[in-house]
Every structure is written in structure tokens, then in C-alpha cells.
Design a protein. Structure first.
Length: 162
């Protein structure tokens, strides 16, 4: 269903009359769409050394690697289907930018029916304020924000490890 409001109509007409409304992204970033234009710093990943997996977290044999083009690893990928086919019902998030990718994946995860766990020390942001604000929001709406030590203790206990 398409909802056409007067504002949307005026934007649509203006866009059709403008010769500058053609999509443009850097070579190799066509699949990043508007996100790459909004956050041009993402273009740094065209440098092979910056696009590599960090040492110490390389994929193990037969581990699936999903390449994401947007903030959420669920958007435009087969991640949800892959996790569900393997009987996985919980995701634990770690990574960069609490207010960006972590939040987007938390929202996507809960929307796909997964329990979302966020170890608070396993991510960061450009400033402490958006980091804290987004952890608060994720904990309130989308997942469980927990201390890293508590997450690890639970995982070790569930696996029967000592």
C-alpha cells in the first residue's frame, strides 16, 4: 500500500523535475544507497585493510559470514532465516556504534522474534551520551542490556564449562 500525502506529492513532483535527483554513490557502494551518502565515512571500507575482519575474530571453518550493506545485519540479508534454520532464538550483540548498528540490529532482532542481549561493555559510540542513551533505550524496548561478566557467566554455566 502506498500512502500519498500532499507533502509526498510535492516532493515527488520536485524530484521528477530536478536533474540532480539521480542516485549517486561511490564506485563499489551501489548497495549502500542513501546510507553511504548520509555517512560518507563508510567509504573508508573501500580500502582493503579497513574492510578486513579484525585479528582474533576471524571466521572459523564452515562459519557463515554475512556481509551487510546497512546498519542492521537483518536488512537485506538472510541472517534471520539462517539463525531460525539452526534453531537459534537469542542473539548477543557486540561491535561499533551503539547508536547506529547496534541499535539497528537490536531492533531488527526483536522484530524477527529473537531475544536480544547487549553486553554494555562490548560496544561504544562517538560520545558517552549517545552510548548511554541508546543502551537505556535498547534495554527499555528491544533487548536486555547486561554486564559483560554476567553474560559470560551465564554462557559458561549454560555450557557446563568451568
Amino acid at each position: 500500500m502506498i500512502i500519498f500525502t500532499p507533502f509526498a506529492a510535492s516532493v515527488s513532483i520536485a524530484a521528477s523535475m530536478s536533474s540532480t535527483c539521480q542516485p549517486s554513490t561511490a564506485p563499489g557502494f551501489d548497495d549502500g544507497g542513501t546510507w553511504v551518502r548520509k555517512a560518507p565515512v563508510l567509504k573508508c571500507f573501500s580500502q582493503p585493510r579497513l574492510a578486513q575482519v579484525c585479528e582474533g575474530v576471524e571466521p572459523i571453518d564452515n562459519e557463515v559470514v554475512i556481509v551487510k550493506q546497512y546498519a542492521s545485519a537483518f536488512f537485506g540479508t538472510s541472517l534471520s532465516s539462517l539463525l531460525l534454520s539452526r534453531g537459534i532464538d537469542t542473539i548477543i550483540l557486540a561491535g561499533c556504534t551503539t547508536s547506529g548498528c547496534i541499535r539497528a540490529i537490536a531492533v531488527g532482532g526483536v522484530q524477527h522474534g529473537f531475544r536480544v542481549i547487549v553486553p554494555s561493555e562490548c560496544m561504544g559510540d562517538r560520545h558517552p551520551a549517545p552510548h548511554a542513551s541508546n543502551l537505556f533505550d535498547i534495554d527499555s524496548k528491544y533487548g536486555d542490556v547486561m554486564a559483560q561478566a554476567d553474560v559470560l557467566a551465564h554462557l559458561i554455566g549454560a555450557a557446563g564449562c568451568f
